[in-house]
Design a protein around this ligand. Structure first.
Ligand SMILES: [Mg+2]
Length: 181
């Protein structure tokens, strides 16, 4: 008998899994990529492993594809296989009239078109605006700006694991998730 398919977990990159800046912080970066000093969020390696036990993993970033490929080649463990790696090209560009600036939206309709049942899809992102069309699938993460004592990924990994057996993620209130770990 085949094991049931794992639910899909889509991860944001910047400020969720790492912090990249053109100006270095006061501590040494984990690596450099082009003009960027890259600081990995603490516990990232164990977070990949924890999540891969319960989920099929994918990455969706609103950054450019060259940057994303460069980053992923450095941060994804060899034994982790990603279902897809999407960059800005897959986002929808929207204009915020109040702030007079463009922003990017990750619309899970595109994931549904691949055949995924959205009841079994979660997306973790530090920017609610980017997943506003699918808030029922979203788990909001505190933005990571390089703090060396950050523990968000430990808590997030535990929480996501606790959700993984749920038949419909969209029916679960996830906004106060830190109170459940
Ligand atoms: Mg982000």
């Amino acid at each position: 008998m085949n094991a049931p398919p794992k639910p899909l977990l889509i991860l944001d990159v910047d400020e969720t899994l790492l912090f990249a800046a053109e100006t270095p912080l006061e501590r040494a970066s984990d690596f450099g990529l082009g003009p960027f000093y890259v600081y990995l969020r603490p516990h990232l390696d164990s977070f990949w492993k924890t999540c891969a036990e319960s989920f099929t993993l994918a990455v969706w970033s609103s950054s450019g594809s060259d940057y994303l490929e460069g980053i992923l080649s450095r941060i994804v463990p060899d034994d982790i296989c990603l279902a897809f790696t999407w960059s800005r090209e897959r986002c929808v560009r929207r204009y915020d009239a109040e702030r007079q600036e463009y922003y990017f939206v990750k619309d899970l309709k595109k994931v549904k078109r691949l055949g995924y049942d959205l009841d079994q899809v979660l997306i973790a992102d530090d920017t609610p605006q980017k997943v506003g069309r699918n808030y029922g699938n979203a788990v909001y993460v505190r933005p990571f700006l390089g703090e060396p004592a950050d523990e968000e990924l430990i808590h997030l990994g535990r929480y996501l694991t606790s959700l993984s057996g749920c038949s419909n993620f969209r029916k679960v209130e996830k906004r106060g998730w830190r109170n459940h770990v």
